[in-house]
Structure formats: C-alpha cells, structure tokens
Design a protein around this ligand. Structure first.
Ligand code: XLS
Ligand code: NI
Ligand code: NI
Length: 369
C-alpha cells in the first residue's frame, strides 16, 4: 500500500526549481562550517501531529480521511507505522518522536495498553532496522486521559501518580528497546488554576521525586537517554510549573536534578511565555542545558500553541545561531512539533509542510553560518 502517492523521494533541487516536492535549501550531504547539513539539523518528525492527528480542534471534529484507517483500532495503528515510515523515507528524515498513546490504542486497562505497545513497537523496530531511521525521543502522554485532570506527577491522588510512573517506566523500557537517544517530559497538566486549592510546594516536591525515580530506573535497566524537560508557560493550565527555560533551570537546581536533565525548547512555547525563541535558547546555553528543540511557529493573532510549520527565516536564523554557538544539539535534534491546518486535507500536504520547515531551518543554518 502506498500512502503518499505520486511523489518519490524528495530531493534537493536548489532555489530555481519550480517543483513543489523538492528542497530548495536542504541539501543533506552539503557541508556547512565543516559539517554535513543533516548532522547540524538532525531533523525529526512528530508522530502525533503527522499520523495520529485527524484535524479536530476545540470547535469541531476531524476533517482528514486518511487511507491508513483500518477496521479496528489495532489495524489502524499498524497501518500508521507503515505510512509514517513511508513519509520519513520520502522526506529523507532520519529521526522521529512519539507519545505512547500516539502509536497504540489504550484498550481497557494499563495491561492491555502495554501489550498493544509491545506489538506496535515490534513493528516500529523492524522498520527502523530496515531503514536506518532512529528514535530521537519518546514521551508518555500524561495529560489526555480523564485520570490526569489534576496533573500526573503533581496530582493530588497517589494512584494517579503511580499510574503515571508506570507509563514512564514503560516508556523507558521502550526507549531502551528502540535505542532512543533522548526521553522527554512535557508537564501537560502539571500546574494549577488557583493557589487556594493547591499546595504548590508539595506538588514541586512530588514531581521532583518522580524525576529522580525516572533517572534511577534508567540507571537500573542500563540505558540512560538524555532526559529533557519541555517548558511551556500555560495551556492547558493557567500556571504551568515549567513556565520557561529560566524557571525550569531554577527547579532543576533546587531539587538536585540539573546534572541529569536538559531542556527541549519549543518555538511556540517561547512566544507564549513572552520571549523570543532565541532568548530561550540563549538562557539554556548559559546554564549548559540546551538539549533539543521543537521547531514550530505561532500565529500571533490567535495567540495559542498553534504549532505551525516553521516558516519565518529570521526566527530560524537566530535559533540556528544559538545552536551553532552551542556546538550543535547532539544527542538532541530538531523535531517538527507542527501540524497541518484543518483545511489541508490532502495526505501530501504533510510532505509540503515538512519541506517548508526543513528548508526554513536549512536556510537559517546557512544564514547563521
Ligand atoms: C504541547 C507540547 C507537546 C510536547 C510533547 O504543547 O509541545 O506536544 O512536545 O508532549
Ligand atoms: Ni512540543
Ligand atoms: Ni507545544
């Protein structure tokens, strides 16, 4: 089955091409400052926005009708793996990222969920071996399920905390199985609406303990990826604990985690916090915690985390300048935490969105160099 028909491998054709399905700036093997472009950029595609997302928003259901839908949730999950690797191969992208819930149905219990994850990660591993594509990072979604309405590692319920811990434990096992290079925590609902019903200090202590346990578990299984925290100031909670780079560094220092964690910084989260993207990267560099980035762009008029494909050359240039000054991002990379607008219903629009993002960062790299 071909999921992205009529388009072969996307190749570099240079600025003068009029082929939409070609790179104008991204030339993977070209050297910039003595290093191949692909090694500077280490691009990754996000599973959730690309293959799982169906085009729903707060006001309406999905608009995409993909040809990878099967007759059962598990069949769809398997087709998605094929479609995803076809896309990565066509884009010449060598890394990918996912949440646990993106790749496999949750079933009716944690046990069923974990069994499904085992089956799907077997398939993913086969595809990785076949193509040489690698896992930049995975993460646990601890914010969508109703049980996490009050947070996960900052929840007021001990059994919710334990469930989150089980998901992270499984996530680290999967990271080992797939030789992941990083492991991400984004504190989806780790925050609060009102201090009148929130014990802020206890919640900070609880989440710090949670992170320490994750580090200990990675050491125990003999596979320690680079741990990353992804700051975001708001959305879904009013006050997210990991507001921005500076706030997160203060937390990591206070709770003795600074030696085990770096940051995964996102373009749209920076602007939500009232910063520029390169400000966040510079602060991270100052504390030696610049780990990886989620490359996307905001829509200023809407003011949400709209996750647009990066398309602003100045922002990308200033970001790449910080990354060059940092000596690169390895073992981190540039993950496109970006999605199509809901009116872009053609599967091949996924290729075009990524081509735009890759060309923007490749051009930014050259300008920064
Ligand atoms: C949400 C975040 C999320 C993380 C991974 O705003 O960007 O997508 O990257 O959980
Ligand atoms: Ni992100
Ligand atoms: Ni985001």
């Amino acid at each position: 089955m071909i999921y992205f028909p009529g388009v072969d491998k996307i190749e570099y054709e240079g600025k003068s091409t009029d082929n939409m399905f070609a790179f104008r700036h991204y030339n993977p093997e070209e050297y910039v400052l003595g290093k191949k472009m692909k090694d500077h950029l280490r691009f990754a595609v996000a599973y959730w926005h690309t293959i799982t997302y169906e085009g729903a928003d707060q006001f309406g259901v999905g608009t995409f009708h993909r040809n990878w839908y099967g007759s059962t949730p598990m069949e769809t999950a398997k087709n998605r793996v094929d479609a995803f690797f076809e896309l990565l191969t066509k884009l010449q992208v060598e890394y990918f990222c996912f949440h646990d819930v993106d790749i496999a149905p949750q079933g009716n219990s944690l046990k069923e969920f974990f069994d499904n994850l085992d089956e799907i990660t077997d398939l993913i591993k086969e595809k990785m071996d076949e193509t040489g594509i690698k896992l930049l990072w995975n993460t646990a979604n601890m914010f969508s399920h109703p049980r996490y309405m009050n947070g996960a590692a900052t929840s007021n319920e001990a059994d919710v905390y334990a469930c989150a811990a089980a998901q992270v434990k499984k996530g680290l096992d999967i990271n080992k199985k797939l030789s992941g290079e990083n492991y991400v925590f984004w504190g989806g609902r780790e925050g609060y609406e009102s201090l009148l019903n929130t014990n802020l200090e206890l919640e900070q202590q609880n989440i710090a303990k949670f992170f320490h346990m994750a580090v200990e578990y990675a050491e125990k299984i003999g596979h320690k990826p680079q741990f990353l925290i992804e700051p975001k100031p708001k959305e879904p909670t009013t006050h997210q604990y990991d507001y921005d780079a500076a706030t997160t560094v203060a937390f990591l220092q206070k709770y003795d985690l600074i030696q085990d964690f770096k940051l995964n910084l996102e373009g749209n989260h920076a602007t939500l916090a009232g910063h520029t993207f390169d400000h966040e990267l510079a602060i991270a560099r100052l504390y030696n915690v610049l780990g990886s980035i989620d490359a996307n762009h905001d829509e200023k008029i809407l003011g949400w985390d709209t996750d647009e494909f990066p398309h602003d050359l100045l922002t990308a240039t200033l970001a790449m300048y910080q990354i060059l000054e940092n000596g690169g991002l390895e073992p981190g990379g540039i993950n496109f935490d970006a999605k199509l607008r809901r009116t872009s219903i053609e599967p091949n629009d996924l290729l075009l969105g990524h081509i735009l993002g890759m060309d923007t960062f490749a051009r930014g790299l050259k300008a920064a160099a």
